[in-house]
Design a protein around this ligand. Structure first.
Ligand SMILES: [Zn+2]
Length: 167
């Protein structure tokens, strides 16, 4: 059996639903005084949320923190069938953590470029411009990437247009 079997694709409806769940985590994170980013890990059934994580700080992003917890808790072969949902396209650090944690699918709502338009050179979040597909393409694993997702764009961007202007 292949180390990286083909995973079933999530439907558009389930991607949208899971991204809105991740956005609830982002909003809770913002209410707690942290950056408005949220991530979840969803099981191979595309429905069960296994882990959730909001932003902690500039080096403990929602996604990489969640992925380290996932790698400690689940087998790599199981994680290959799971999906990382994240409100905003994962940065190079977080995409690489997904790679090393062996999560086979990444789905994000808002592109890194759209976030960059919101944050600019904000000292707390000088957003990189390195698409996650570029990071994935340099690896040896056929990780599937979905995003940006137009249907939830406005909802997921709202906390960022608010947050980065105010701070
Ligand atoms: Zn990150």
């Amino acid at each position: 059996m292949s180390l990286y079997p083909q995973n079933s694709a999530p439907s558009s409806a389930s991607i949208e639903k899971q991204l809105l769940r991740a956005n609830d985590i982002a909003l809770a994170s913002m209410s707690a005084g942290r950056h408005p980013f949220g991530a979840t890990l969803v099981a191979p059934d595309h429905e069960t949320v296994l882990l959730t994580q909001g932003n902690i700080d500039s080096v403990n992003h929602a996604e990489s923190t969640l992925l380290r917890a996932a790698a400690a808790r689940f087998d790599a072969s199981y994680l290959w069938g799971c999906t990382l949902y994240t409100t905003v396209e994962p940065c190079a650090m977080c995409t690489a953590t997904a790679y090393w944690a062996n999560v086979g699918t990444i789905a994000y709502g808002v592109s890194e470029k759209a976030l960059l338009d919101c944050t600019g050179a904000h000292p707390e979040n000088p957003t990189m411009d390195l698409p996650c597909r570029d990071v994935v393409s340099r690896g040896q694993k056929p990780i599937s990437v979905y995003g940006p997702i137009d249907a939830v764009q406005e909802t997921l961007l709202a906390p960022h247009t608010q947050f980065w202007r105010a701070s």
